[in-house]
Design a protein around this ligand. Structure first.
Ligand code: PMP
Length: 430
């Protein structure tokens, strides 16, 4: 128990009081003591189709027996090419190419590097600035950390990348508390980008990266019109817009991607998590044709000096192909859309319970903000996580905000169980 240095974990406390999961099926985990645990978070936002999908498990096993590994540097294997076509189809054909990674963090760093290289190839090598947003989470690589806006994640690691600025975040509890769906107020915060253009010439800015809905920092839903406004400013000034869809991709908002929900198209999109239903690590950057074209116009030779040993790993490709099959065959998006109003109403039923200072949701993602215990930020959220688990409910917390993102295949009985258990936990919390 003591040798595993656990990520993003209070290791000392965990090892005194561990939570160990040993199996999973459908909407539930089972813990080491045999208790059933409802999965209110799709693992870590990454199991849209529910656990233990037999088709995905079989595809992985089949590929493991057939092709354990194949390089994708100057080499390839059919599943990687087939998957790229299927992913482009799943995106509605608005992108033309996918670049494989093994995680969301790698997808983000890849997209940032593609943006920089793209401008340089077109003779605009002065575009080196990257713009992120406060409270943005873009993984833990040095690129993603730099454009990310979470102080706790950054502070220990020095100056990070130079030439990075951050837009203000859009969370405005004064004006938008208990908003249903997209909040009314705050689209003008996108104009922060215009203000930055006054400080730095537009010809110095390569890309802006935002999560369409920020997940890890507590489910921050963009104000009405905000993303479209950001898109328009980027268009006016030749700046690439990247949506980090690591959480929102693969159905979280009931559409294939969040860009579809908002009707705003980014130039690149980073994805991971749900792409394999969480079963094998994988990420992918989706790119628009004009970006890829610039690389194909490069001098002969390798066009992009970037990639990972496991880019397009056969097991990951097999899992992702099977995941796309499951999305289609089981009508996962249609189920998500059908259950969404019920999910949203159930969330609203928590209004008035102790400590609840905001409720917000979009698609199948919800945030419950709790009032912090004075002088102990995060303590109430952590207490809620532990109490929920003891009651057979897995939730995710960021500080004092509970994030819910159950598998999209849930049914009404699961929604009832989830919010019933959560209400009990909140009533009991000190
Ligand atoms: N971007 C976003 C928006 C994320 O939510 C996450 C993970 N929660 C990442 C990037 C990083 O993904 P990974 O942990 O797979 O590196």
């Amino acid at each position: 128990m003591s040798s595993f240095w656990m990520p993003f974990t209070n290791n000392r406390d965990f090892k005194r009081d561990p939570r160990l999961l040993v199996s999973a099926e459908g909407m539930y985990y089972r813990d080491v003591d045999g208790n059933q645990v409802l999965d209110g978070a799709a693992g870590l936002w990454c199991v849209p189709c529910g656990h233990g999908q037999p088709k995905i498990a079989a595809a992985i096993a089949q590929m493991a027996g057939q092709l354990d590994f194949a390089p994708t540097f100057q080499m390839g294997h059919p599943a990687a090419f087939e998957l790229a076509e299927r992913l482009i189809d799943f995106s509605g054909g608005r992108f033309s190419h996918v670049f494989y990674t093994n995680s969301g963090s790698e997808a983000v760093d890849t997209a940032l590097k593609i943006a920089l290289a793209y401008h340089r190839l077109r003779g605009e090598g002065g575009r080196t600035r990257l713009i992120g947003r406060e409270r943005g989470y873009h993984g833990v690589g040095f690129g993603g950390l730099s454009v990310g806006g979470i102080g706790a994640n950054r502070k220990a690691f020095g100056p990070l990348l130079p030439g990075v600025d951050h837009l203000r975040h859009t969370h405005d509890p004064e004006r938008n508390a208990f908003a249903r769906g997209e909040p009314e107020h705050g689209a003008e915060l996108a104009d922060d980008l215009e203000r930055m253009l006054l400080l730095h010439d537009p010809s110095t800015i390569a890309a802006v990266i935002v999560e369409p809905v920020a997940g890890s920092t507590g489910v921050l839903i963009p104000p009405k019109g905000y993303l479209a406004r950001l898109r328009a400013i980027c268009d006016r000034h030749g700046i690439l817009l990247i949506f980090d869809e690591v959480i929102t991709g693969f159905g979280r908002l009931t559409t294939p991607f969040a860009g579809d929900w908002f009707g705003v198209e980014p130039d690149m999109m980073t994805t991971a998590k749900g792409i394999t239903n969480g079963a094998v690590p994988m990420g992918a950057v989706f790119s628009k044709g004009f970006i890829h074209d610039a690389f194909m116009d490069a001098p002969p030779g390798i066009e992009l000096f970037h990639g990972y040993t496991y880019s397009g790993h056969p097991l990951a490709c097999a899992a992702a192909l099977a995941t796309l099959d499951v999305f289609a065959e089981q009508g996962v998006l249609a189920n998500a859309a059908a259950i969404q109003p019920y999910f949203e109403e159930a969330l609203q039923s928590l209004r008035g319970l102790p400590h609840v200072i905001d409720l917000r949701s979009l698609g199948i993602i919800a945030g419950i903000e709790l009032a912090p215990i004075p002088g102990q930020p995060g303590a109430r959220g952590y207490a809620a996580l532990k109490a929920a688990f003891a009651d057979g409910l897995l939730i995710r917390t960021t500080g004092d905000i509970i994030a819910l993102s159950p598998p999209l295949v849930m049914e009404r009985q699961h929604v009832d169980e989830l919010f019933g258990k959560l209400a009990d936990v909140l009533k009991r919390l000190a």
